[in-house]
Each structure stands twice: as structure tokens, then as C-alpha cells.
Write a protein that binds this ligand. Sequence first.
Ligand code: AMP
Length: 540
Amino acid sequence: MHGRMMFQPLLISSLLEHAAEFHKDTLIVSKNTDGSLYETNWGDVSDNAKRGAKALNELKLIHGDCIATLAWNNHRHLEAWYAISGSGLICHTINPRLFPEQLIFIINDAQDKAIIFDKTFLPLITGIKAHIPLVQHFICLDAPDEKIRQALPEVLFYDDLIAGQTAEYTWPEFDETTASSLCYTSGTTGNPKGALYSHRSTVLHSLAASLPDSLNLSAKDIILPVVPMFHVHAWGTPYAAAMVGASIILPGPGLDGESLVKLIDQYEVTVALGVPTIWQSLLVAAKAMNSSLTSLKRNVIGGSACPPSMLATFRDVYDCETIHAWGMTEASPLGTANQFKAKHKQLSQDQQAKLRLSQGRPPFGVSIRLVSEERGTDLVPHDGETIGNLQIKGHWIVDKYFGQSDSPLTSDGWFDTGDIASIDADGYLHISDRAKDLIKSGGEWISSVELENIAMGHPEIAMAAVIAAQHPKWDERPVLIAVKHPDSQITEQQLMDYYADKIAKWQTPDKVIFVDAIPLSGTGKMLKRKLREEYGHVLM
Ligand code: AMP
């Protein structure tokens, strides 16, 4: 064979190198944890990431070690991300909304050697510190602070660590299939499971996510990732932004509508990303503040189904095109995004409105299919009507969970998403239900099985089913359907109070409905779908 093309490993550091070389003065804005705004650029982020990588090396953290981050979306977190993955360590982003027991579990499961945290989360760290013996270093993402040192004497400060380094550093080169980051996802039962991403999967995902028919990102964009960096990498935007040289506005802890509207207007944000709950409060704030969100050309809504009224408001009132996307932790997360094809221009207004509600079609790199709910392996036609279990495969889809030897895939290599959907002949996906027994409230998971087990632990409850009821603010909230023992006088409030010391307050059911019997299938399983049909609207 004569001739061939170069081979270069697809490494996360190369995204930052590109941004630093060709977009070094492109603005990066960060809302600090204390609410102040800080302006930097890709050039300085790159220099600090190199300083950070050197500091981590000096702490004797070695290739393949997991380093946890517990932080909001801000510039130090962004720099630390690139420092960690770029230098061959694994960046384990942790959701601070988890229970302390779950935090302890995942930190120990990942064998995190260091935790990099925002000072807001100091109480979380001091509360669990005794239970995470493998963590050798605690690094506060801030300037030195005596109060923090008093609470955590061994603490190191990020600003100190990077101040002691020069930016002379060459990113190491290694195999592109090396693990780069780790993100845990909730299961219905048992402990959370980790999706372990590689440099290759992350770079390929960034390419696909930036495409015009995906999120359509470019160097003309000013991106506001409202979705946290601990929710599947803020949907990959910090990587994709570096790849395309976009400006990025990191909103810190201020995720309320008013703060977001101010950021959008002040920095002329062109595209913002978040779950429906975020958009709900943003729309209320924009109206109250009389903002027409003039700069906002696109918004990406995913994580839960986008309500039709929200799509219409963005389009008709704010002239903002909504990209409805579907994804999951196990898919890095992008699975599909809703953009029209040329032929759809000819559709009537009504037909277009209907198509817009779909979760969209996959970019190159992801395949989707449906299998029969009843007969496991039978394929279901992609006719836009027939419903089946949604399965996926592709370059950035999980193959095995972190630390688990069993494969989560079907015998022919597909990942079952736990979602129920139809797909039309053009590949447009329509999620219609969820087979996995989880409730998604404001982007965070609640296990219905866990709530049922608690209710069943009450001596006066004979049977309990928890369903996801639609909610105007939180998308979904748990509702408990319970059968009392014959002589019981228990009230709704007493049963709700029973959850108080057993689960986080935000996970407690919003409502209890007492019934005489819960419908069961032929095999004795609770017919949740039937319950959802009957009670799924009680909170609307
Ligand atoms: P996570 O792993 O936390 O990102 O959650 C992934 C799950 O969120 C999916 O399997 C779906 O159940 C749900 N989901 C994500 N995006 C959408 C969407 N656009 N519409 C409906 N459900 C969604």
C-alpha cells in the first residue's frame, strides 16, 4: 500500500490546545461562588490548566487516578477539568445534590485520590471526610481562606497551587481509548453506576454535538451551559466550545431565572442549554424583567420532555429556536437532536409543530432501534407509531459500567435505555414513557422503588406504588398510591412525615392517594402504567 494519512490520538488536551492557539482572546465569563463575575479567555484557561496539571503531578497523582470535582460551573472548575483529563488522570464529576451516603459510596467506588471542591460544599466534605479514607488531597477551588483551613486543616487552595507553577508544559500523549472522566447515574435499586468516558469518545461526541443538525455550535456563539458540569459534562459543552472556539458563560451557582436573564442580556448569549425546569423559571423572569432575550437565537432543552407551550413561547415571543434533544449519562449524553430536514419546509404549520415536539434524530455516530416491549428481541418497525423499548449503540455509548464485569448490553451489542418510544421513517424519536422505575424531578432522579420500600416499612401500609406525576414546575414529582391495612386510620400527612428522617426532603412524595387496591398484572406486578394513566395528572 502506498501512502497513508497521519494518525493522531483524539485527546481532550488537543481541544484546549486548539482553543488556546486560534481562539486565545475569546471571552470566558465565570460567576464565582460568591456571586462576583470574572472574565478570562481560552488562552488563560489553557495556561492555568497547564499549571494545574503540573501541580497535580507534584501531588504524586498518577496516570489513571480518579480525581473528584464537586463544583458549580465556573472557570476554575473548567481549568481543573482540562488539567485532570489532559494530564492522564480521570475527572470524576460528582453531583452535590446526592445524599451523603451516596456521595460516600461513589467516592469510595471510584477510589478518588483527591477531591476538588467549591467552598460552598465545604460542609459536605467535612461531613463525609471520615468515611472516604482513600482521598489524599482536598483542594478548594478558590483563593486561600483561613475559615476553610480551620474547618479542614489539610486543605490546599487551587489559587496557591497554580500560582506556584509556570505554564511551560507539554500535554502527555497516550492511547485515545484511555479513560478521561467518570459520571455516576442513579439506578432504580442498589447503588449508582459509573459511566466511564474515554478521550476518544469525548472528542467524537464533541464533533457530533457541534454539527449544524445537532447543537450547531461555532466560533460565532456565546454559549451559556445552565446544565451543571456534574450532569454529564454540561452536555459536553465545555469540550465542544473549545473545539469550535466559542465563548462560554459559566453561571456558577446562580441558576434562578433572574440571574440567567441578566447573564444572557449582559453577555449577549446566543445559545443556552438546560432542563425544562430551568426554562420555566427563566421565562417567568424574562417577562417580569421585560427582557426580550434579543441575543438568544437557540436554546437546547433536554433531560426531560419539553412541554409544547414552552416551545411555542420561545418561538413566538422570543424568536428563539428550541432544539429539543434526548440523551443520557450512558450516552455522553447526546443521542438525538431535533432539527428539520429540507423537505420539512413544505409541511403545514400544524405538521411542523408536531414534528418539533419529537426528541429528534441521531447524528452520525449513534444508532437507535426499538424492540418489542413484550417479546424482548423482536424489532419494532420505525413507522412513527409503533411503540417499543429504545436501544442505542455508537462511538460514545457505554459498553461496561465502571468496575463491573457484567455487560449491560443485549447479546447483539445494544444498550437498552429504559425509555419507551416510537421512531419515524426519518429517524425522529418520540419518547412516550419510561420503563425504568425512576422519577425525574428538575433534572434529578428519584427512585420510586426506594420510596415504595419506605412506605411498605410503615406498619399500617399494606401496599405502595410510587409513580411519576407530571408537575408544572419540576416536570415530574413522586406521588404515592397506597393501600392501608383494614383498621388503619393513617392520614396523608402522617405518611408523608414518615419519610422525614429516611430520605432527602426533595425526594419525599408530593401527595399520597389512598386506594382500596393497586391494579396487578397476570404475574402479580403492579401495573404502573395504568396508575400513571389514572393519577399522572393529579399535580397539574
Ligand atoms: P440522565 O442519565 O440523568 O441524563 O437521564 C437520561 C434519561 O432522561 C433518559 O433515559 C430519559 O428517560 C430522560 N430524558 C432525557 N432527555 C429527554 C427528553 N428530551 N425527553 C424525554 N425524556 C428525556
